[in-house]
Ligand binder design. Structure first.
Ligand code: NAD
Ligand code: UD1
Length: 340
């Protein structure tokens, strides 16, 4: 069985490629490298001792996608390709709607034209907006406060409409909580462009000395210590959720919407402490004002994933921090050879 992995050179995609290969799936990676490097795939090849078919192209370009479907028989698609920076999406909404929504639309058209109707889509916990309570279940009300989140909501709706029109589609919407960590080899990991927006890469770059000091965005939330609480999930556990979704998708007779989280929330200061313990480094921090658009607390109810996929996260916060640190300390400049 061959799986097309759009965005497969990116952070979550590259880790998922490893588990797909380990599970015996053939894959083909499709990426335009707007936020990734070919080096990630070279490193996955080294880890696995296998050559990975890689096709460069854009999901918005039918010809690019047709080339893939003409060359390979694709049984299912895992669709990671997309833009994901919340702040940038506010500044460039049209780019986000074009890349994420239009790109997914073109992908589905090309899939249908080639008789491939199985897709696992990367959604996000951001579709829950500011939840009225935690833990968050899949049937909670949905909302979005920025174009990135709205693009995920629209795509979910588009895929549901597609299923209503043609029940031979197999569709799984995976709502990720906060993926962190890296493959245990320390050779692949998250490699953000410029100043990281997300907590873990910022902490890791501060620990290595690339950044001077972490700003903790707000200490006056109604949480355990006043700082924001999130459900951090090891990227390898997240990757495993995709393999389990693929394994099971033929047994589903509806669009499946599934949270991938651990069910446990950690505050910013708790994560900081765990990272310091894992790395043996002191991470300087200062308390800064709340970040616009942030919520106090967000963590999953992962019971449905366990019930339908037989999946649950295996790795705890210490392992997540240890693996993030191994990647960061082995690769202080990510996939780039130098800072220049
Ligand atoms: P990433 O940026 O590392 O990976 C996305 C990949 O898609 C990159 O390799 C990029 O080059 C590629 N890509 C983007 N637009 C493309 C296009 N038009 N055509 C072809 N390739 C394109 O991001 P990630 O963290 O691995 O996230 C993967 C998916 O998961 C995204 O859809 C993201 O929105 C979603 N997600 C991520 C998180 C997170 O915290 N990382 C949380 C929830 C959901
Ligand atoms: C952010 C996005 C969300 C996206 C998710 C995963 C925003 C508003 N939300 O969520 O849509 O799905 O990433 O990509 O951007 N923090 C600091 N200092 C920092 C960075 C973060 O204190 O330098 C705090 C935040 O306030 C938050 C926690 O750390 O409490 C986690 O932040 P982050 O990693 O950015 O993830 P989310 O805010 O959950």
């Amino acid at each position: 069985m061959r799986i097309l992995v759009t965005g497969g050179a990116g952070y979550i995609g590259s880790h998922t490629c490893i588990l797909l290969l380990e599970a015996g799936y053939d894959i083909v990676v499709f990426d335009n490298f707007c936020n990734a490097s070919k080096e990630s795939i070279s490193r996955v090849e080294k880890i696995m001792g296998k050559t990975i078919p890689l096709m460069e192209g854009d999901i918005r370009n039918k010809e690019d996608l047709n080339r893939v479907f003409e060359r390979y028989t694709i049984d299912a698609v895992i669709h990671f390709a997309g833009l994901k920076a919340v702040g940038e999406s506010v500044e460039k909404p049209l780019e986000y709607y074009d890349n994420n929504i239009y790109g997914t639309l073109v992908l589905c058209q090309v899939m249908a034209a080639h008789g491939c109707k199985s897709i696992v889509f990367s959604s996000s916990a951001t579709v829950y907006g500011d939840p009225h309570t935690t833990p968050i279940r899949e049937d909670f009300p949905l909302s979005a406060t920025n174009p990135y989140g709205r693009s995920k909501l629209f795509i979910e709706e588009m895929l549901r409409d597609l299923y209503v029109s043609d029940k031979t589609w197999k569709i799984v919407l995976l709502r990720y909580f906060n993926p962190i960590g890296a493959h245990e080899s320390g050779t692949i990991g998250e490699d953000p462009n410029g100043i990281p927006n997300n907590l873990l890469p910022f902490i890791a770059q501060t620990a290595i000395g690339t950044r001077a000091c972490l700003s903790v965005f707000g200490d006056d939330y109604n949480t355990v210590d006043g700082t924001g609480v999130r459900d951090y999930i090891h990227v390898m556990d997240l990757a495993d959720g995709h393999v389990k979704a693929l394994d099971k998708m033929n047994t589903f007779s509806e669009v499946m919407t599934i949270n991938l989280g651990t069910g446990k929330g950690y505050s910013v200061l708790e994560v900081l402490k765990a990272f310091e313990a894992a790395s043996g480094k002191k991470v300087p921090y200062t308390i800064a004002p709340r970040r616009a658009g942030d919520i106090a607390e967000c963590f999953a109810d992962p019971a449905y994933a366990k019930a339908v996929l037989g999946w649950e996260a295996q790795r705890g916060i210490d392992e997540m921090c240890k693996d993030s640190w191994r990647w960061q300390s082995n690769n202080p400049n990510g996939y780039k050879e130098s800072n220049s």
